[in-house]
Each structure stands twice: as C-alpha cells, then as structure tokens.
Design a protein around this ligand. Structure first.
Ligand SMILES: [Fe+2]
Length: 169
C-alpha cells in the first residue's frame, strides 16, 4: 500500500509549495499581508506613544526610583519601535510617523502613580493584541520579533505593578 501511494504524495509535495507561494497567507488561516501591516502599524503607534510618555514623565518623576524605572521601560519601548520598523521592512511596508493618541491621554493625568497605572493598561493592550494575533503571523521573522516584544511587555507590566504596590503600601 505504501508503494502505490508514494508516487501520488510525492507529486503533491512537488507541486504544492509553488502553488502555496502565490496564494495570500489568509487562505491558510494566517493574517493577510495588509492585516499584518495594519497590526504592526497600530503597535508602532502605541510604542511611540509609550516612548513619549516615558521620556516626558521621566523629567517630572518624583523620585530617583521612578526615574530609573521609566528609563528602563523607555529603552524597551524604543527597542519595540525599532523591532516593529524592521518587521514592517520585512513586510515591504513604509511606516508612517504617527504617535498613538494614548500619549496625550496618559500625559494629561497629573497624579504620577495614576499615570503609571494608565501606562500599564496601555502595555496590557499591547500584550493582548500580540497574544491574539501571534499564531496568525505567517512570517517567522515578524513572529519572532513580536514574541520578544510580548515577553518584554509582560516583564515590564509586572515590574511596574510591583513598583506601584511597594511604593503605595
Ligand atoms: Fe509598550
């Protein structure tokens, strides 16, 4: 039985990769190229907003500890921006210059710890967006970049929550 089936499966194997190459990823249950670019851009806008919040808030930080924490988060936000720009290049897309509306909303909060809590809610949105879409990203390079970004965001959320808890306790 194996002997008779082998030529068929071999023929299928030979032809399918070429056909797959020309079909849109969405046909296989993945996000389409446009959907992936839209996701990457929305994350880029959010990360630029996060960077702006960290940079401007650092200047007003009420303590050295706040300052250091914001500096650390800012580094990761900038790293995420860079990674997303690289992913957009992989997708053949040209990025815009937009900064998410989140920045203005977050910076309008005067109470510093409330602002940081709001920053963490924004970081939580980023985590959920990546978790929701990660398995549907067909490009392995883009998927890898988002996986790193996801892990760093989870860590930063925990770090900031721990800081706020110890700070207000
Ligand atoms: Fe972020």
């Amino acid at each position: 039985m194996k002997m008779t089936k082998k030529p068929d499966s071999q023929a299928q194997f030979n032809s399918s990769p070429c056909m797959m190459h020309d079909t849109d990823p969405s046909y296989h249950g993945f996000l389409s190229g446009d959907e992936t670019v839209a996701l990457l851009l929305s994350l880029l806008h959010a990360e630029r907003a996060g960077t702006k919040v960290c940079l401007l808030s650092e200047k007003e930080a009420p303590s050295i500890q706040h300052k250091q924490l914001l500096r650390d988060i800012c580094q990761d936000e900038q790293k995420s921006c860079q990674g997303l720009l690289e992913s957009l290049t992989i997708m053949g897309a040209i990025p815009d210059k937009k900064v998410g509306e989140f920045a203005a909303k977050c910076l309008a909060i005067n109470d510093f710890d409330e602002r940081l809590q709001f920053l963490n809610r924004g970081q939580g949105w980023v985590v959920r967006e990546i978790e929701k879409n990660l398995a549907a990203i067909s490009d392995t390079g883009v998927q890898k970049q988002l996986r790193v970004m996801l892990e760093e965001h989870r860590q930063n959320i925990d770090k900031l929550n721990q800081f706020l808890n110890s700070h207000t306790a």
